[in-house]
Design a binder for this molecule. Sequence first.
Ligand code: FES
Length: 69
Amino acid sequence: MSVDGEDLHHTDSDEQSVSFVKNGPYVVKNIPLDAEFNGAGASEKEYILCRCGQSKNKLICDGTHHDVK
Ligand code: FES
């Protein structure tokens, strides 16, 4: 669908998705994590998984990827 030449995309807030941040973590939405973890800042709806292996709060990204580049 297009309005004034701009594409409009249907967005469903319950849509499941996994994406990644360039040189950063995975962003997971609406996919239950079958594990207990201390995910400060994480929720059942969204959590950020470490992709660099350097987080001190694995599985969750703690921002260390900024330091290790
Ligand atoms: S991706 Fe952020 S700490 Fe690993």
